[in-house]
Design a protein around this ligand. Structure first.
Ligand SMILES: Cc1cc2nc3c(=O)[nH]c(=O)nc-3n(C[C@H](O)[C@H](O)[C@H](O)COP(=O)(O)OP(=O)(O)OC[C@H]3O[C@@H](n4cnc5c(N)ncnc54)[C@H](O)[C@@H]3O)c2cc1C
Length: 504
């Protein structure tokens, strides 16, 4: 057992995964969370016999989660029941066409070939290309980022070198998809993977086409009882190992001392609610990196370069969420549904160039009750409706627009075949990007911190070691490799790896 202590700021998934890993290494760990429960962006809401997952609705790349439990000396099955969801998604297009995305690639090919002439072969080719991206680009970006030239050997780099031009390609995700598919419908399905990382397909580098491989090859999963079970499971596992959680414990600053060589700053602990000092050997911040810089390091004289760069990079999409209890079951809907906007380019230009929410947005409707009847009263459905909007601008007042934007979404869904949906609503809760930001401290309400709008943005994301401040580490969707459950869990591997290396 080590006598070292760590403080984790925030009980999001990255924070809890870090706590588990640090505890496993023998550290004494305290997690300080400003809210009254764990989960952060992975939250839930219950009312009138309905249950809604507010944040994530789909789990991918499940081996990353399995590894975390194994690392903790536990079995995932003892905490969670993973349920495959297939079709992974049902897409509704403005011209009335409906297409399923299947995790079973063979089934997907049959569906595409049947509905979209000649596109079956194109799908096969595209998935082979996405796999190549994953095998090389995924290694470098996700699993084993290079630290020494030896790492290139470990990836079997020379054998895979043929895939390098595709990985480093300058084209956007959408441009490559457009080159590979003639069908506008199939293009929209694959373009949407850019939104998984909070970005526009027209600027996201083509490397991110590897997400299609991750989802279709590995499948999309649900957790029995709701995705929030994941947050509960990590909390339970961490507590069983001896991690301490303190709620309603907002960290107001990181304690710094400057006794290092040449006056270098070092994190010595944190201050909670402006007056309680807590000392630790390492501080792992699960809060948004820009919250860390703008609020928790206010006494620090000059922003390290990474934060200065970050302020200038584009932010990722922000969520406008509706939770609806619906007393009617529309037969055309599946567990995951996407109603596409008529013009994807115009939609993303509205969001990222004109900085206002689209009037004809793409709408995601998740209904976990279709897989898990415990989520809604019998014969009824629990809708999580998600629309991507711009990161909050100073002159944008969501409190004034919440009702009118909700009406835009409702009218669109009614126009797209969910007849008289408004008459069937028995419960409603509206969560704007501003509400989301207030609850999670997501800077400007951006779901994943920064967008990936260039290859530079992949490298602009902060690494685990907070530059310029020893003993402070960043974990979570705002740090490398990025947002989304599996990526955040991978960021915990990196953060704790850095803590342990520095402590040696
Ligand atoms: C609407 C939506 C849909 C999504 N869908 C999916 C999906 O389908 N699949 C998927 O894989 N991912 C999805 N995601 C992304 C996923 O939810 C996130 O990437 C992940 O949950 C983020 O975890 P994190 O570790 O970055 O921590 P966060 O969730 O950001 O948690 C940070 C925690 O720190 C706390 N905190 C912040 N500041 C302080 C402070 N000063 N003091 C104390 N505590 C503090 C916060 O309260 C919070 O609990 C979605 C996210 C959203 C919002």
């Amino acid at each position: 057992m080590s006598s070292k202590t760590a403080i984790v700021i925030g009980a999001g998934l990255g924070g809890m995964a870090s706590a588990i890993r640090l505890r496993r290494a023998g550290w004494k760990v305290v997690v300080l969370e400003k809210n009254m429960r764990v989960g952060g962006k992975l939250d839930c809401h219950a009312a009138g016999g309905f249950l809604w997952d507010i944040g994530p609705t789909m789990l991918t790349l499940t081996p990353v989660l399995t590894e975390l439990f194994e690392h903790a000396g536990q079995r995932l099955e003892d905490y969670l029941e993973l349920v495959p969801v297939d079709p992974i998604c049902r897409s509704f297009f403005p011209d009335g066409k409906v297409l399923n995305t299947w995790a079973n690639a063979h089934l997907f090919k049959i569906e595409i070939a049947r509905q979209e002439q000649d596109q079956g072969q194109a799908l096969e080719g595209f998935l082979r290309y996405a796999r190549r991206l994953h095998d090389l680009g995924g290694e470098a970006w996700l699993y084993h980022p290079p630290r020494t030239p030896l790492d290139f050997l470990r990836w079997n780099f020379l054998k895979r070198i043929g895939g390098l031009p595709a990985v480093l390609g300058r084209k956007s995700l959408a441009a490559v998809v457009a080159r590979r598919f003639k069908s506008p419908h199939v293009r929209r399905i694959f373009e949407r993977y850019a939104a998984w990382v909070g970005s526009s397909p027209f600027w996201t580098p083509s490397l991110f086409n590897l997400i299609a491989y991750i989802e279709i090859q590995g499948g999309g999963w649900y957790l029995r009882g709701g995705l929030f079970r994941l947050a509960e499971a990590l909390e339970k596992c961490a507590r069983e190992m001896g991690v301490e959680f303190v709620f309603d414990a907002e960290v107001s600053s990181v304690l710094l001392d400057r006794s290092g060589r040449f006056g270098a700053a070092r994190a010595r602990g944190v201050v909670v609610k402006n007056y309680i000092e807590m000392k630790a050997d390492a501080v792992v911040a699960n809060a948004d990196p820009l919250h860390v810089w703008n609020r928790l390091l206010q006494g620090f004289p000059r922003a390290p370069a990474v934060f200065r760069r970050l302020q200038k990079r584009p932010f990722s999409l922000a969520p406008f969420i509706l939770l609806w209890g619906v007393k009617h079951r529309y037969p055309q809907l599946a567990h995951h549904n996407v109603f596409f906007s008529p013009d994807s380019r115009a939609e993303f230009d509205d969001i990222f160039l004109r900085h206002h929410p689209s009037k004809t947005p793409t709408i995601y409707v998740g209904i976990s009750a279709r897989t898990d009847p415990t989520q809604a009263p019998p014969g009824q459905d629990n809708y999580v409706v998600l629309v991507n909007t711009p990161p909050i601008e100073p002159d944008h007042h969501w409190d004034k627009e919440r009702a009118s934007y909700r009406d835009v979404i409702l009218r669109r869904l009614e126009g797209l075949g969910l007849d008289a949906l408004g008459d069937h609503l028995v419960y409603e809760k509206i969560i704007t990007p501003a509400d989301f930001s207030a609850r999670t401290h997501a800077f400007r309400g951006a779901i994943h911190g920064h967008a990936f709008h260039s290859r530079r943005d992949v490298l602009a994301r902060p690494r685990a070691r907070c530059p310029g401040i020893r003993g402070l580490y960043l974990v979570g969707g705002g740090a490398r490799p990025g947002g989304g459950i599996p990526l955040v869990l991978l960021s915990a591997q990196r953060a704790v790896g850095a803590v342990l290396e520095d402590a040696d």
